[in-house]
Design a protein around this ligand. Sequence first.
Ligand code: FES
Length: 112
Amino acid sequence: MTEFAWKKIGLGTDIPLRGARRLCFGHEGHPIAIFRTGANTYFALIDECPHRAGPLSEGIIAGETVTCPLHNWVIELDSGKAAAPDEGHTRALPVRFEDGEIYVGLPVRETV
Ligand code: FES
């Protein structure tokens, strides 16, 4: 089980549809990005492609996936998993809304 510290990011509308934003803070030395799909759904991932750590926040969002700008791996936004035939994953972080503001959950403790 994972406990999260919720950090306010800003207004959801500050991120364009089918756009992403890399945050000014990370998690354990890894960058975090928030993604907004064309259907107005938000996801957060560690902003490192599972292939060679490419910046997913600079990729193309289609549906609930993002295509890495470096070698075109397709990553699922909800899980951070690479779509087959590629393998690997980046960490997905939880997102929630309060009064139009986005919050991202940073893991503070994980127990088995
Ligand atoms: S670094 Fe993302 S596909 Fe290679």
